[in-house]
Design a protein around this ligand. Structure first.
Ligand code: GUN
Length: 296
């Protein structure tokens, strides 16, 4: 058996096309253009690349992009002050503070200071709390987990009643992913670095979400045949034959997993493109919320 390969690039393009059409209609009907503010603190090259990519995608979809770059030694008051300014700016619908922040900053306090209606990352404690609770709905769902849900839908995977195993418990991916799958009625297990027998858990899993940040850690022989495997990992491994001297691989060993899984996301071209697409969708939603407020 060889798995169905879930084409994240194609799904992301579909989402972006829908957003672009809706943005254009909003401009025509209401003379209103959504705006996304990005806040980058410091000079981490990976973060800078991600932010640039988010800004470029905004521009391609007709969303206004407002970039702020603070120095690595910016104070807590400066960062929170900027967020408050953006909260008050009616031309800004979404605020994205790129994580991780430099170590001297209090990330929780910064995320707490973002207005709930502009929290397009879905990391505000109230949005995360609502995601965790039964019968409550957050205004925004974190982008990477939301993208993973779209990819599960693309694969035609049944979530309700399924055994789902998430490997990794980060605030950005593992934790909100677990909450989303639970809301969709999966039976959810979160595995992490202290899990005693990862394979025993994986062997039972109809759905595997790998978000640990360790290259090719999950191999085909650890999986249940037919499982849907969503690989969130983006790891650099040395490759002298590659132009840059490295290539990107996931947390799943694709070559062995593809022979066992029912469906699998590749790296690159799986989850990666979905994160930005879902951010664009959240920004459109933030603009819709702002428009509704303006009209009422
Ligand atoms: N760093 C890694 N992923 C993300 C993300 O989805 N949003 C933000 N703000 N920072 C990140």
């Amino acid at each position: 058996m060889t798995a169905f390969i879930i084409d994240g690039k194609a799904v992301a393009q579909r989402v972006k096309d829908e957003v672009k059409t809706a943005v254009s209609a909003m401009k025509d009907q209401f003379d209103y253009v959504p705006g996304l503010a990005t806040v980058l603190v410091g000079d981490d090259p990976a973060s800078a690349t991600y932010v640039r990519s988010k800004q470029r995608t905004c521009e391609a979809l007709g969303i206004r992009s407002i970039g702020h770059h603070l120095p690595a030694d910016a104070s807590q008051a400066e960062v929170e002050g900027l967020v408050r300014e953006l909260n008050a700016d009616p031309s800004v619908n979404g605020i994205l503070v790129q994580l991780p922040l430099p170590k001297h900053l209090d990330e929780e306090a910064v995320l707490n200071s973002i207005s709930l209606e502009k929290d397009v990352d879905g990391f505000h404690p109230v949005n995360i709390g609502r995601l965790a609770m039964k019968g409550r709905e957050p205004l925004f769902i974190p982008c990477t987990p939301a993208g993973c849900m779209e990819l599960l839908a693309e694969a035609g995977t049944t979530i309700s009643g399924a055994e789902a195993v998430i490997v990794g418990r980060s605030n950005i991916v593992g934790l909100p992913m677990a909450m989303l799958l639970q809301k969709a009625n999966a039976t959810v297990t979160i595995c992490h670095s202290r899990t005693r027998d990862l394979t025993a858990h994986l062997k039972r899993a109809d759905i595997v979400v790998a978000a640990i940040g360790r290259a090719r850690m999950i191999t085909g022989e650890m999986l249940k045949p037919g499982a849907t495997v969503i690989d969130v990992g983006i790891n650099r491994v040395e490759d002298p034959s590659a132009k840059r001297g490295y290539r990107l691989v996931g947390d799943v060993d694709f070559d062995s997993a593809v022979a066992v899984a029912g469906a699998i996301t590749p790296v690159p071209g799986g989850v990666g493109p979905m994160t930005i697409a879902m951010l664009m969708k959240n920004t459109l939603r933030a603009a819709e919320i702002a428009l509704q407020k303006r009209q009422s």
